[in-house]
Design a protein around this ligand. Structure first.
Ligand code: ATR
Length: 274
């Protein structure tokens, strides 16, 4: 069997090994998929070691997605637009990089959650690797104006520049949030809660009764933002579990040439997280 892994820091709680094992079983493909914890400074060496041991593909999670992008010899267009890679494919002596986060998110929101994203006035909180991964796919899915707000404004500017749609993509300061009115879609792509920091206080004017709130994280890390959204009466509050399963399916398809059905493993994980 060929070797696959997810690299991250921390990564021990990653659900990816379990998801890929379920996909492999479903497809009748023997897969070895492990979780490898590595800090950014050791990522390059760890990946070389993995390749030397027969590593054929890898997922990359926090905080390594931008580093993964930098070390690929070639990348897909969607990875270039994100400046971040979550899927590595061994190609001879080199790594080919892709990013399946954006399509994973859009597939979950549109197909599983039944949201129509078209023309939705959208607020993206955060401008790190996760935000970069999903922003291009959201634009492609037909959302309306996209407002990007980040604690460090320069990173929001860089993301907006990368997206290259100045008529549609707008950067605002955190302090401006109270003046931006209501959004149809508010996505939290920050790691504020996960880092143990306090979540920035968000004005209630952001969400109305038709709004959807989406967290790109799942489990404990998703709770503060989604609890806030529910308290404001948001129509939907959606965590990142579905996105996780869908991006995994897309990565699996890149490696194995067949797209697994995601409903079953999603249902199992959802039942356990409830
Ligand atoms: P990821 O790949 O998950 O996006 P990242 O690249 O480290 O991880 O980005 C983390 C994001 O969460 C960034 O947008 C970060 O803001 P900065 O660019 O200002 O660092 C944001 N973030 C992390 N902790 C935060 C906090 N306590 N308050 C607000 N934003 C926070």
């Amino acid at each position: 069997s060929r070797h696959y892994a997810v690299f991250g820091h921390p990564v021990s709680h990653s659900l990816s090994p379990r998801i890929h094992a379920a996909f492999g079983k479903q497809a009748g493909i023997a897969i070895e998929y492990s979780a490898i914890d590595v800090e950014p400074s050791g990522f390059d060496a760890a990946l070389q070691d993995f390749a030397a041991r027969g590593g054929a593909g890898a997922n990359v999670t926090l905080p390594l997605k931008e580093a993964a992008y930098a070390l690929c010899s070639d990348t897909t267009e969607r990875a270039r637009r994100a400046g971040a890679v979550n899927t590595l494919i061994r190609n001879g002596d080199a790594w080919h990089g892709d990013n399946t986060d954006g399509v994973g998110l859009v597939r979950d929101l549109t197909e599983r959650q039944g949201l129509d994203l078209r023309a939705r006035r959208t607020l993206l909180l955060g401008a790190g690797g996760a935000a970069r991964g999903v922003a291009p796919a959201l634009l492609d899915a037909g959302i309306g104006d996209l407002f990007i707000v980040n604690r460090t404004p320069a990173r929001a500017d860089a993301l907006a520049d990368m997206l290259g749609q100045p008529g549609r993509v707008h950067v605002r300061y955190l302090d401006d949030l109270r003046n931006l009115g209501e959004f149809d879609l508010v996505l939290n792509a920050t790691t504020a809660a996960r880092d143990g920091g306090s979540f920035p206080t968000l004005p209630r004017s952001l969400l109305g009764r038709r709004s959807a709130a989406v967290s790109l994280s799942y489990g404990e890390a998703a709770i503060p933002f989604l609890a806030w959204a529910r308290a404001q009466g948001a129509h939907e509050s959606i965590d990142g579990l579905g996105m996780l399963v869908e991006q995994a399916a897309e990565s699996f398809a890149r490696w194995h040439g067949t797209r697994p059905d995601t409903d079953r493993i999603y249902g199992e994980l959802r039942a356990e997280s409830a």
